[in-house]
Every structure is written in structure tokens, then in C-alpha cells.
Design a protein around this ligand. Structure first.
Ligand SMILES: *[C@@H]1O[C@H](CO)[C@@H](O)[C@H](O)[C@H]1NC(C)=O
Ligand SMILES: *[C@@H]1O[C@H](CO)[C@@H](O)[C@H](O)[C@H]1NC(C)=O
Ligand SMILES: *[C@@H]1O[C@H](CO)[C@@H](O)[C@H](O)[C@H]1NC(C)=O
Ligand SMILES: *[C@@H]1O[C@H](CO)[C@@H](O)[C@H](O)[C@H]1NC(C)=O
Ligand SMILES: *[C@@H]1O[C@H](CO)[C@@H](O)[C@H](O)[C@H]1NC(C)=O
Length: 430
């Protein structure tokens, strides 16, 4: 067997030079400590990480190890493939982003901290923590007197880095690790597929702006399960180009719930289909399960099922908003088109709300169709917000079955041959 010690790179190349040996070994481990990591949480260990990665990338079933009991400060890096089969990043220690990376000057600010791309059959696992160190996010807050709308503009203009981002990667698993204190989104998959996220913990304060838990775009065949997410924005955010997304056994506390959208911004095309969210527990959140659509877009959202959703102290547990505008409604122009919504099922949604139990606000030009509410039981929180509102259905067609409280009859409109939802020719393909 070849061993890697001081002459690491040379050693690894020797290993590769003996392919019979490399193929037989059940998986070789490349600890970043052997590649010169200081592991003191202060010295920048990104060179050691990249060096270990580059060697492991060429070896089948290799593992890059960040051992437990150590802290690794890493500046923004790209870890890219293509690599040999079944590469694993084993995080048992703590990985630290440079402190306050989110408030670096714009010119130096990366779009993401750990940037994984062009990988196939790759895993991240371990009992360790990935810490974005954005502990005083609010010190970088906009001036206190801006409205909520302009505060959001401020954040939008000063884009903060995503902590972990996968681009163009397939058959990727992320499990067991803890991801915390991101300056922005915690874990993002873009233009990827065959994704499994399992048994992870994401935690950031509820008042940290724009800190989505898991963000998916242009990504298909995703399974997210048995995970706990607490953050200051959507716990899971599903954007355009996503299909076959399955979420199960997820806790969202605090956060803005499980969200499809916002879609169709600036008259864009958006397509999302085949989403199941089941056994989801949402607490202390703005929304439970939500679909948000800007006015004016084209495309569709179809075949979405939310089942066994438990909510506690959630402002609005069930929401469809086809008039979405994150700058305050008055600042978004009214338009006639919208991304169409069809086939949305809410089955067994139970618990307490603090503001409005159900809000289904669909567009006049593109009403929502095929909306089912089955066994929905929502009651006011023990200590309700002062101004609660009753349920709202606007241009929403479908049916309610079983117990549906407190919707009352006639909230959903039935398309029974007399009242049919307005449909328009679709000038796009999803
Ligand atoms: C889930 O992750 C935690 C933390 O890494 C670990 O201790 C536990 O064993 C994992 N559970 C399973 C079922 O893998
Ligand atoms: C602060 O509030 C004042 C008065 O409402 C307003 O004129 C000013 O534009 C606000 N400042 C900012 C940065 O929004
Ligand atoms: C992903 O995994 C599946 C099943 O394990 C396999 O059929 C497929 O070829 C893999 N795709 C890629 C791009 O590695
Ligand atoms: C709806 O989506 C689910 C989950 O992806 C899928 O299993 C099912 O076949 C889809 N149903 C239709 C009618 O497309
Ligand atoms: C859009 O239409 C709504 C309802 O008719 C109206 O209240 C609102 O002021 C309009 N918004 C703009 C920006 O014109």
C-alpha cells in the first residue's frame, strides 16, 4: 500500500500510478491535517483543503477528512469536479467561514463560500459543523428608519454570500452535518439533480434577513428528509425549473415556512411541478406552506401536495399569493398575466395560526384551479395577534372535503359547468 505523509502529493500520484492498488483499496482518506492545515480556527486552511481535494478527486471512493476536535478557518473556495467515483467530504470538525464575510466590501464579496461544481456521485457527511460566523448580522442592518420594502432593496443590492452551493452536480448527498449562521442562504442547489439531503440541522436566528435554509433552482429529483431547519427566511425555497421534489419529516422553526416561489418576477417564465411536502412541522413562522407568484409572469406551478402539516404559532399556515411583491404592494405594477397554478392539495393541515388561517389570493386573469383542501383544522393561537383576519379565497377553484375549519362553505369556487375558471392559451411550454 502506498501511504501519504510528508510527500503527500507525490505519494498520491504514486498511488495513481499503481491503479491496481488504488482500485482494490475500499476508500482512501486524505486528512487536511496531512496537507498542512493549521486547524486552529484562525489560520486560513483553504490551501490545505484544496490540496487534499485535488489529490482525493483523482482517487476512487476517496474521502477528504476534516477531523473532529479541530476548527478550520476557510476562505471562499471552489471545490470542483469532475472527480473519480464516490468522493466524500467528511466534516467531523468545525469549518468556519471568515468572520463577517457578509459585510465585506462589495468588490471582495464572493457569491458563495463553499462552491461545489461539476460533481457526480459526491457526498458531504459527518458529525461536524459548518459555521458561517454571521453572528452579528444585524450590525450590518440598513438605517433604522427605512420601510420594510426599502430594507429588502438594500439587502438585494448588497448580495451576501450563500454558505454552501452546488452547481451542475448530480447524485449528491448531504447528511448529518450542522450548518449555521449563514450570511444568506445556507444550502443551495442550482442546475443539479439526484439530490438527497438527510438528517441535517440548519440554524440561524429568525431575524437574520434572507437566510433561506435550503434553496433549489433548476434542480430535479430531490429528497429532503429528517432534517431540522431554523432560519430567517424560507426553510425550503423551491424556485423555477424544479420538479420531483420530495420533502418529508422536516421541522421548520423559526422561519417563513416551506415555499414555492417567488416565481414570474419581471414577466419571466417559471415552471415548477411534482412537489410533495409531507410530515412537516412548522412553528413560530410567518407562513406554513406557501406558493408566491409575482404578477405578469408566464408558466405554471402544478401537482403540489402538502400533507400532514402541523403548525403552531404560524401567522398564515396556508397561502397562495399570486400578487406577491416583496417591496410592498403599492410598488409593484398591476399586470394581467401570472404564472398559472393548478393541482394543489392540502391534506391534514392542523394546528394554530396567529394571523389568518388560509389565504388563497389568485389572479383575475389566471385563477387557481384544482385546489383541494382535505381535513384542515386551524384554530387561533392561544395568544393571537391583535388583528386577526378570517380566511380568504379569491379566484380559487377546487373543492373542500372532510373537516375544513374555519373556512366555511363557499370559499373555494367549484367549476361545475356553470362557473368555469378563465383559461387563456398558453404561449409557453413548461
Ligand atoms: C444524524 O446526525 C447526527 C449528527 O451528526 C448523528 O449523531 C446521528 O447519528 C445521525 N442519525 C442518523 C440516523 O444517521
Ligand atoms: C428616513 O425617514 C425620513 C422621514 O420619514 C425620510 O424622509 C427619509 O428618506 C428616510 N431615510 C431613508 C434612508 O429612507
Ligand atoms: C445517478 O445515480 C443513478 C442511480 O444510482 C444512476 O442511474 C445515474 O446514472 C447517476 N447519474 C449520474 C449523472 O451520475
Ligand atoms: C405528482 O407528483 C408526484 C411527486 O413527484 C408524482 O409521484 C405523481 O406522479 C405526480 N402526479 C401527476 C398526475 O403528475
Ligand atoms: C393594483 O390593483 C389594486 C386592486 O385594484 C389596487 O388597490 C392597487 O392600488 C393597484 N396597484 C397599482 C400599483 O396600481
Amino acid at each position: 500500500m502506498c501511504s501519504l505523509s510528508a510527500t503527500l502529493l507525490a505519494g498520491a500520484l504514486l498511488c495513481l500510478a499503481a491503479p491496481a492498488v488504488a482500485a482494490r483499496s475500499p476508500g482512501r482518506t486524505f486528512s487536511v491535517l496531512s496537507f498542512g492545515a493549521a486547524a486552529d480556527g484562525v489560520t486560513d486552511d483553504s490551501e490545505a483543503l484544496v490540496a487534499a481535494w485535488e489529490v482525493a478527486c483523482r482517487v476512487p471512493r476517496a474521502t477528504v477528512l476534516l477531523p473532529s476536535g479541530h476548527r478550520f478557518l476557510v476562505s471562499p473556495v471552489t471545490l470542483q469536479g469532475p472527480c473519480n467515483t464516490k468522493l466524500t467530504l467528511q466534516i467531523d470538525g468545525t469549518m468556519l467561514a471568515p468572520p463577517e464575510m457578509g459585510s465585506w466590501p462589495k468588490s471582495r464579496r464572493p457569491l458563495q463560500w463553499l462552491n461545489f461544481k461539476w460533481l457526480q456521485g459526491f457526498s458531504i457527511q459527518g458529525a461536524g459543523t459548518v459555521d458561517g460566523q454571521s453572528i452579528s448580522l444585524r450590525s450590518a442592518d440598513p438605517p433604522a428608519n427605512t420601510s420594510q420594502g426599502s430594507a429588502r432593496d438594500w439587502y438585494a443590492s448588497g448580495v451576501k454570500p450563500t454558505l454552501i452551493r452546488f452547481y451542475n452536480s448530480f447524485n449528491v448527498t448531504v447528511r448529518n452535518i450542522r450548518i449555521t449562521n449563514s450570511p444568506q442562504c445556507h444550502l443551495k442547489f442550482d442546475s443539479s439533480g439526484g439530490i438527497k439531503v438527510k438528517n441535517i440541522t440548519i440554524s440561524s436566528p429568525g431575524d437574520s434577513p434572507n437566510t433561506d435554509g435550503i434553496h433549489l433552482q433548476n434542480t430535479r429529483d430531490v429528497e429532503i428528509r429528517s432534517s431540522s431547519i431554523g432560519c430567517g427566511d424560507d426553510c425550503v425555497s423551491i424556485q423555477t425549473g424544479c420538479s420531483n421534489i420530495h420533502m418529508k419529516n422536516i421541522i421548520c422553526n423559526p422561519g417563513h415556512g416551506i415555499s414555492v416561489g417567488g416565481l414570474g418576477r419581471d414577466n419571466s417564465l417559471a415552471c415548477v411541478s411534482d412537489v410533495i411536502a409531507e410530515s412537516i412541522n412548522v412553528q413560530n413562522a410567518l407562513y406554513g406552506v406557501r406558493i408566491k407568484i409575482w404578477q405578469g409572469g408566464v408558466g405554471s406551478v402544478r401537482n403540489i401536495t402538502f400533507s400532514n402539516i402541523r403548525v403552531a404559532n404560524v401567522a398564515t399556515p396556508i397561502a397562495i399569493d399570486q400578487f406577491y411583491c416583496d417591496r410592498g404592494r403599492a410598488r409593484c405594477a398591476n399586470r394581467t398575466g401570472a404564472v398559472a397554478i393548478t393541482g394543489v392539495t392540502y391534506r391534514r393541515v392542523v394546528g394554530t395560526y396567529s394571523f389568518q388561517p388560509v389565504r388563497l389570493a389568485c389572479s383575475d386573469a389566471r385563477p387557481c384551479t384544482g385546489v383541494s383542501l382535505v381535513d384542515v383544522r386551524l384554530s387561533p393561537s392561544p395568544e393571537p395577534a391583535s388583528a386577526q383576519q378570517g380566511p380568504l379565497c379569491w379566484n380559487t377553484y377546487g373543492e373542500a372535503r372532510g373537516t375544513v375549519e374555519p373556512l366555511g362553505t363557499g370559499c373555494l369556487q367549484r367549476s361545475n359547468g356553470y362557473v368555469t375558471p378563465l383559461t387563456q392559451p398558453f404561449n409557453y411550454t413548461c
